[in-house]
Design a protein around this ligand. Structure first.
Ligand SMILES: [Zn+2]
Length: 133
């Protein structure tokens, strides 16, 4: 299967809690998303680890909504039959790539990415693309 390179328009996700907007903060250095809160966490536990680093601008945060509005997209690459690479373009955080293996018994997502939109969710669930021999 060769699906080539596909860039799609993202969906915008707005979440509220009791009418107050809350965010799931994403560390801009490592791309880890944290639980919903009104304010960003005081630090990123991943970047605070001695094996990681904090960017030269210090600890900064964003949200999925801001990333979606900033022009990021996921690109999908057909590596082999039923093996699809997923990467965010332009590169976000540390440039994580995911691989989606589609099987008759269900799909397996190997590794993770920070940026997600409806098309990516549909792809992972197996509802966006049909299998071809
Ligand atoms: Zn981090």
């Amino acid at each position: 299967m060769n699906i080539g390179h596909i860039a799609v328009e993202p969906a915008i996700v707005i979440k509220t809690r009791g009418g107050t907007r809350v965010n799931e903060w994403i560390c801009t250095t490592c791309g880890t998303q944290y639980v919903k809160s009104d304010a960003p966490p005081s630090q990123c536990s991943i970047c605070e680890d001695e094996r990681q680093y904090i960017g030269s601008a210090g600890q900064t945060w964003t949200t999925l909504e801001k990333v979606q509005r900033s022009g990021y997209r996921n690109a999908f690459y057909g590596h082999e039959s039923n093996l699809i690479g997923v990467e965010t373009v332009p590169e976000f955080a540390i440039g994580q790539h995911a691989k989606l293996l589609r099987t008759p018994h269900g799909n397996i997502l190997w590794d993770c990415i920070s940026y997600v939109d409806d098309v990516t969710v549909d792809l992972i669930r197996g509802t966006h693309f049909s299998a071809r021999p």
